[in-house]
Design a protein around this ligand. Structure first.
Ligand SMILES: Cc1cc2nc3c(=O)[nH]c(=O)nc-3n(C[C@H](O)[C@H](O)[C@H](O)COP(=O)(O)O)c2cc1C
Ligand SMILES: C=C(O[C@@H]1CC(C(=O)O)=C[C@@H](OP(=O)(O)O)[C@H]1O)C(=O)O
Length: 377
């Protein structure tokens, strides 16, 4: 199976299946000298792990990470870092029937058409569990970016019809550590209390009908200087879109004004430049912090639309592998909503994308290359 590797400089390869022995990631290209232990990675994995609330899959997994290589005396060595999590609570029996039919909305049919043979247990390689490797690697990327002064604020913007009212700009105007605390203090990772309560009521009503819900995740990145991203095939926005779209269940990606900008006028949509306190900024940020594929120095703000979980217990029509029309009700422990657990997955993919392009950027000017070279010779 090709296509399990992401990134050019900070390169990750995820591996493993939902009901196999385990899942993990190999990271090649992490600079030496970064203090790193399992706790740094576990903090991120705990935001993704199953069973966090009644609004997540009830599969009981601690998702305890094991750091197998790439560090010595608590620091990275510059060699490949290998991280793994053993699967502990597979109920493969739940997938006995699924082996013979195609779940609407999941990857069963397309995987079968492509390979003709698949590990159907728990969605196999197409499981949300594959994202463990991304989050483990994302924790390391985010730690490096934090040292460079780059921070992430990622949260649930909406669940079904229930949305928070503040814009990303309004949220960023507050105290970032207070907002982060608020986001982490509720099961939906929403930054506002009232919509969070309403969304929980909405989810309860979906669950009572054996149905599922979707929603929108928003990510705001601050502290990124102007100049990151390449002008043509390695644009920062294009790479973010690919990174986020590679997560299962993502059905839309928007940056800045996004789809709404199509209905606005140039005079409304352009972000006027302004010199303020000796710094170049823009009055508005409809571009979402990226122009021509290159960061502008303004906050990078993007959104991902997540579809409702495909595996639902409500009756649905489908076909068997032999082409017989049947009606099904899917059993097993599925997420009634994917959004809250995917928040840290989106943040991780953004961190990986940004770090990869920062490493690329380091070779873009002869003066800075020469300056760096003089420090090592
Ligand atoms: C964190 C996470 C958890 C997920 N949980 C479930 C789940 O419990 N049940 C399910 O059917 N799909 C779940 N999915 C979605 C499927 O993995 C996804 O819909 C499937 O791979 C098909 O891909 P597509 O939706 O991108 O077409 C999850 C995805 C993610 C990222
Ligand atoms: C276990 C996780 O989520 C799983 C993602 C998933 C899917 O089809 O994507 C289906 C379910 O798998 P299973 O039926 O094996 O429990 C979820 O529980 C996880 O993300 O760690």
């Amino acid at each position: 199976m090709a296509g399990s590797t992401f990134g050019n400089h900070f390169k990750i390869t995820t591996w493993g299946e939902s009901h196999g022995r385990g899942v993990g990631v190999v990271i090649d290209g992490c600079p030496a000298g970064l203090p790193l232990d399992e706790k740094d990675i576990q903090k991120f994995l705990d935001r993704r792990k199953p069973g966090q609330s009644k609004f997540s899959t009830q599969r009981k997994e601690a998702d305890a990470v094991e750091l197998l290589s790439g560090t010595f005396e608590g620091k990275t060595t510059g060699t490949p870092i290998s991280l793994m999590v053993f699967n502990k609570d597979q109920h493969s029996k739940d997938y006995g029937e699924i082996a013979n039919y195609y779940r609407p909305g999941h990857a069963d049919y397309t995987f079968d058409m492509k390979y003709g043979f698949r590990d159907y247990r728990g969605g196999g390689r197409s499981s949300g569990r594959e994202t463990i490797g991304r989050v483990a690697a994302g924790a390391i990327a985010a730690k490096i970016l934090k040292q460079l002064g780059i921070s992430f604020c990622t949260y649930t913007r909406s669940i079904g019809p229930v949305s928070i009212s503040s814009s990303a700009k309004e949220l960023l105007a507050g105290d970032l550590s207070e907002i982060t605390e608020k986001i982490l203090s509720n099961p939906l990772y929403m930054p506002e209390e009232l919509p969070c309560q309403k969304a929980q009521d909405f989810l309860k009503s979906c669950m009572a009908k054996k149905d599922s819900a979707g929603g929108i995740i928003e990510c705001a990145i601050t502290g990124v200087p102007a100049g990151i991203g390449e002008p043509v095939f390695e644009k920062l926005d294009a790479n973010l879109a690919k990174a986020v779209f590679s997560i299962g269940a993502v059905k839309g990606f928007e940056i800045g004004g996004g789809f709404a900008s199509a209905a606005s006028l140039g005079s409304e949509n352009n972000d006027s430049f302004e010199q303020k306190d000796g710094k170049t900024t823009t009055v508005t940020n409809h571009s979402g912090g990226i122009l021509g594929g290159i960061s502008s120095g303004m906050p990078i703000i993007f959104r991902a639309a997540i579809k409702p979980t495909p595996s639902i217990a409500a009756p649905q029509k489908t076909i068997t592998r032999d082409g017989e029309n049947i009606e099904i009700s899917i059993h097993g422990r599925h997420d009634p909503v994917i959004v809250p657990r995917a928040v840290v997955v989106v943040e991780s993919m953004a961190a990986l994308t940004l770090l990869d392009l920062i490493l690329e950027h380091m070779g873009s000017r002869i003066e800075s290359m020469a300056q760096f070279y003089r420090t090592i010779v």
